[in-house]
Design a binder for this molecule. Structure first.
Ligand code: PMV
Length: 337
């Protein structure tokens, strides 16, 4: 329902929608925490079935307010979003306080990249609210300031986020490598835990450099990026899946060996990884990847999604399975002027 102002008119608002993305070659570690500049480039695929919608409207309260799926969010959970709003206000020259209402059709803060879909949807909504015509690259740079992976969710399909070298972050943006239609791959998501994760990616990355493997992670990333780029260009699932699985295990190797150590997996995560390797032994091309959480995402041919989903459903510790494919970028759904 549109909110009414004291004078009876509809409050000015804008609504955007964005989808989470699954990192195939991952972002882990920052070279500048304030500007959210990554130590490495990354490549992802944006998902179609999952989404977050964000509506922003001018708030009559003293400060910003944040609601997720109709519930007010306060404390630590809201602090990140309020910080994103500060950046957007500063960069876009805005003076208003916002009421932000987010709705997601999937569990938030549990390793399904809700920070990417929320950050990208917030960025396009705030830009639309202030009627700023920004290029996709500019939106990507703005979204990156809130959450690194949000820079990639501005785009649909297969997306690369360039780490860049400029100290002001002007060359650290994402761009599309292939549209969702160009390669309708299957992505099966296995939920192994619905609880919000104990350590978010921001906190997780803070100590990434303490891993003895961090330097090797950084120096081997370019080879993984090149391999993934080539596999996407050639629509080569075996090649892409192999590099994605390898890169995932390297990222988790860095997380596991950081001080303090981070273990994002649950028993169901390991069981799902085992299922995926079992499928491969049966000749089905299926490859897992896991972001900063316990959920397992499996790449496969679209025609194999039902077989992969059934095998994951039969896996102990897997609570729910969702089938997806590459989806669209962030977009504005409505502006009430
Ligand atoms: O964008 P953040 O701060 O939510 O970090 C995302 C980190 C990973 O999901 C683990 C990897 C990635 O590239 O998305």
């Amino acid at each position: 329902m549109p909110q009414m102002t004291a004078l009876g008119g509809e409050a000015r608002s804008a609504r955007g929608r964005a989808h989470p993305n699954v990192a195939l070659v991952k972002y882990w570690g920052k070279r500048d925490a304030r500007l959210n500049l990554p130590s490495v480039g990354s490549i992802s695929v944006t998902l179609d079935g999952l989404w977050t919608e964000v509506r922003v409207r001018e708030s009559e309260a003293d400060g910003d307010t944040y609601w997720v799926n109709g519930q007010p969010v306060i404390g630590e959970a809201a602090a990140q979003l309020f910080q994103n709003l500060e950046v957007l206000r500063a960069e876009l020259g805005l003076g208003v306080r916002f009421c932000v209402e987010a709705t997601s059709n999937f569990p938030v803060a549990s390793g399904l990249a809700s920070s990417a879909s929320t950050g990208a949807a917030l960025t396009v909504a705030v830009a639309a609210f202030c009627t700023r015509e920004l290029s996709a690259r500019e939106l990507s740079i703005l979204a990156r300031r809130g959450s690194g992976s949000a820079a990639r969710s501005i785009f649909g399909g297969f997306v690369e986020w360039h780490s860049g070298t400029a100290s002001d972050g002007s060359d650290s943006f994402a761009e599309q490598l292939a549209s969702p239609e160009a390669w309708p791959l299957g992505i099966v998501v296995a939920i192994t835990d619905r609880q919000p994760k104990a350590v978010g990616s921001r906190a997780g990355m803070r100590h990434a450099q303490t891993s003895p493997f961090f330097a090797a992670w950084v120096t081997t990333q370019d080879a993984d990026l090149a391999a993934a780029r080539q596999a996407i260009a050639q629509r080569d699932l075996e090649h892409l899946g192999t590099v994605a699985e390898h890169n995932c295990l390297k990222m988790h190797g860095v997380a596991l060996t950081a001080q303090p150590s981070l273990l994002y997996w649950k028993p169901g995560t390991l069981a799902a990884m085992d299922t995926v390797r079992g499928l491969r032994r049966r000749g089905i091309l299926a490859y897992f990847t896991i972001d900063a959480g316990p959920q397992v995402k499996v790449l496969c041919h679209l025609r194999d999604c039902p077989t992969v989903a059934d095998a994951l459903r039969d896996t102990p510790g897997v609570l729910e399975v969702m089938c997806s494919q590459p989806g669209p970028g962030a977009r504005v759904l409505e502006v009430v002027a």
